[in-house]
Design a binder for this molecule. Structure first.
Ligand SMILES: NC(=O)c1ccc[n+]([C@@H]2O[C@H](COP(=O)([O-])OP(=O)(O)OC[C@H]3O[C@@H](n4cnc5c(N)ncnc54)[C@H](OP(=O)(O)O)[C@@H]3O)[C@@H](O)[C@H]2O)c1
Length: 296
């Protein structure tokens, strides 16, 4: 495996990557070591560590707040990965980066493939798409994983919010007309390791854009219901009966940013590239419930 450098060590995914056995004691940077709005700091960090593979798990991920902070979202999600890719192109390093299902407008009826037209509905998706395009234009070896509905044990995310609310309230209403697949940071870290192996071998490596999400599809309502049911089975005491959670329409839960109604991702290209079949989305959700049920 080549020398690694991780950006975004304190995020959900960053935690999972640096806690993976394969990551070892490779350098991992957070905001205090490298502010990604400062291109000179990015250059200095990469020159100091001289990695052969850069993994960028940092991002501006506040989907609604991005509508009010487009410059900051673009700086972190587009300009920063652009700088990483330009430096990587010059040094011969490879860049592994993560993007989002929100680059799509959600109007497709089935699962999206990587070549489908993009059409972000909000600032966050547009900034992530600009990051993808800048990376591709820089000419470095790169792999971009477009993923969806990311969750893990560290940091704030939908299932953790659901568990807190389910302990506080005896009734919940969740959006049931946005379709996608919840992706665990464990799956993303595992795929990342396989991509690193690909880039470490002779040849160009697995360059390109890949979808990365588990198999199957659900809604936020289905995700919440299944997760809370598993939490109950794992011993959590809930104020709400998961089967009673009300299914509501997007229109009944207005948010600042518009989200795609369908962002189910076909992952066949990735499965071929890293020689693995995506697990069912329920598998890691069940595991998180077991992990959190006793502690939250
Ligand atoms: N979360 C999702 O549902 C989701 C869905 C689809 C795709 N993705 C993509 O998946 C990847 C991983 O997401 P995640 O959920 O792990 O994100 P996350 O938990 O929000 O972590 C992002 C990290 O980026 C850091 N960061 C933000 N601005 C920075 C700056 N100016 N300088 C340095 N660091 C900065 C944050 O630092 P602080 O800790 O200091 O704030 C945070 O640690 C991202 O590319 C994201 O776009 C996420």
């Amino acid at each position: 495996m080549g020398a690694l450098l991780l950006f975004g060590k304190d995020g959900q995914l960053g935690h999972a990557i640096r806690n993976s056995a394969w990551f070892g004691s490779a350098p991992a940077l957070g905001r205090s070591e490298c502010d990604l709005t400062d291109p000179a700091a990015i250059r200095a960090a990469i020159e100091r560590h001289d990695p052969s593979i850069i993994v960028n798990a940092a991002a501006y991920t506040a989907v609604d707040r991005a509508e009010d902070e487009p410059d900051l979202a673009h700086a972190v999600n587009a300009a920063a990965p652009a700088a990483m890719a330009e430096i990587a192109a010059a040094s011969g390093a490879a860049l592994i980066h993560y993007s989002t299902d929100y680059v799509y407008d959600g109007s497709r009826s089935g699962a999206y493939v990587e070549t489908d037209p993009t059409g972000p509905l909000g600032v966050y998706g547009a900034s992530k798409l600009a990051g993808e395009q800048a990376i591709a234009a820089a000419g470095a070896r790169h792999a971009i994983l477009r993923t969806s509905w990311v969750y893990g044990p560290h940091g704030a995310n939908f299932p953790k919010t659901m568990l807190r609310l389910a302990k506080e309230r005896d009734a919940l209403s969740i959006v049931a007309d946005q379709w996608g697949a919840p992706t665990s940071v464990g799956l993303l870290a595992d795929v990342t390791r396989r991509l690193i192996d690909g880039f470490s071998a002779d040849g160009p490596g697995p360059s390109g854009i890949y979808h990365c999400a588990p198999a199957g599809r659900t809604t936020w309502h289905g995700f919440a219901q299944f997760f809370l049911m598993c939490c109950g089975q794992a011993g959590a005491t809930l104020a709400v009966d998961p089967s009673s959670i009300r299914a509501i329409a997007t229109e009944d839960y207005p948010t600042k940013a518009v989200r795609p109604k369908n962002s189910v991702l076909s992952c066949r290209r990735l499965e071929d590239a890293v020689s693995m079949a995506m697990p069912d989305w329920q598998d890691d959700v069940r595991a998180l419930a077991r992990q959190l049920a006793g502690v939250q």
